[in-house]
Design a protein around this ligand. Sequence first.
Ligand SMILES: NC(=O)c1ccc[n+]([C@@H]2O[C@H](COP(=O)([O-])OP(=O)(O)OC[C@H]3O[C@@H](n4cnc5c(N)ncnc54)[C@H](O)[C@@H]3O)[C@@H](O)[C@H]2O)c1
Length: 270
Amino acid sequence: MFTTGAARGQGRSHAVRLAREGADVIAVDLCDQIGTVPYPMATPDDLVETVRQVEALGRRVVATQTDVRDGAAVQRALDDGVAQLGRLDIVLANAGVTSYSPAEELSEQMWDDVIDTCLSGVFRTARAAIPHLKANPDGGAMVLTSSTEGLKANQHMAHYTAAKHGVVGLTKVLALELAPHGIRVNSVHPTSVDTGMIHNEATYALFRPDLEPGEATRDDVGDPFQGLNTLPVRWVEPADITDAIVWLVSDAARYVTGIQLPVDAGATTQ
Ligand SMILES: NC(=O)c1ccc[n+]([C@@H]2O[C@H](COP(=O)([O-])OP(=O)(O)OC[C@H]3O[C@@H](n4cnc5c(N)ncnc54)[C@H](O)[C@@H]3O)[C@@H](O)[C@H]2O)c1
């Protein structure tokens, strides 16, 4: 399996769980900071920890610091990984970033960084994988990580909402084009997930503008009584998204392609 954004959060959860299910892993992550992202991103040590956890399960892993904003680098990392591991069946385009601003004040750089990672990076991941999946007699499965923001709007996230909606269109086109090759393509749409993307001061400030900057804590964000989720949970766990992905890539979902699967505690029903 191949996953982007593998150093921590959902990407690590996907890599480790699929390793437990028997997959060898091609893991890529930027492991660096993007200037407009207002929270600490993953580090090289995070990627080392993912590698450690996969290897502890007795699976092989090829991990590189690779930026999904660089199409040639993504292609190289994947081709090298497949050359070492032998074949590719499962592709998870998971890497993503966000930042927050009203659309009127959204800078070109903020827009570009989010679109380049969350939409174009997903495209580059899928494009690099297609020849490898086509080479399998029994095809394969891709899951593109979108968000509830791929199905509904969120203020101060015009770029992220546009990118995640774009992932839906990309999913559908890929599902059409690749169906004849037995390759299924679906998207997942998480609500808030307990990762570094939401647990940071910038995100707390967005969700709790009523509190002084720096005053909000983990306990203040995503309160179900603010109505973000329908089920009474503040956020879901990375493992909840992984569970949905494990099903989507399995034979149990062999006739499921082109769908948008929310794992959102009912957030998009509102
Ligand atoms: N956390 C949430 O609440 C939430 C909700 C809905 C959707 N998502 C989406 O889920 C996916 C995973 O996010 P997460 O929650 O694990 O957050 P995270 O910040 O913990 O993990 C994201 C990973 O992607 C990597 N990454 C970012 N830009 C990259 C690039 N240009 N090239 C390669 N790697 C890059 C980061 O280094 C990081 O390891 C993202 O696409 C995100 O948009 C997250």
